[in-house]
Design a protein around this ligand. Sequence first.
Ligand SMILES: [Zn+2]
Length: 85
Amino acid sequence: MTMTNVDRKWLIGLSLILLTAALAFAVDSWATCPLDGAEANWTGHKKWASQNAKPDCEYSHNYGVDDQGNILKHTFWTKCDDDDR
Ligand SMILES: [Zn+2]
C-alpha cells in the first residue's frame, strides 16, 4: 500500500492539530510556584475577575510532609497562561 498525496496532507494536518492541542494543554496545566520555583499543577479551578480580563488559574504542588504526616501543599492563583481565553 502506498500513500497518496491526499493521505499525506491529511496526516500532516492531523499532526499539526494534535501538536497545537498538546501545546495548549501543556501551557495551561502547570505554572512555576512563586514561593520556591517548583512546578505546580493546575487544579482545574479558574476564575474571572472581570469578563474582559484574563482568567486566573489555581495551581498547587506538594512540597513535603509535616511531623503529623500531613502533606504540605502550596496553592496559589496566577493568570492563566493561555491567550485563547
Ligand atoms: Zn511551592
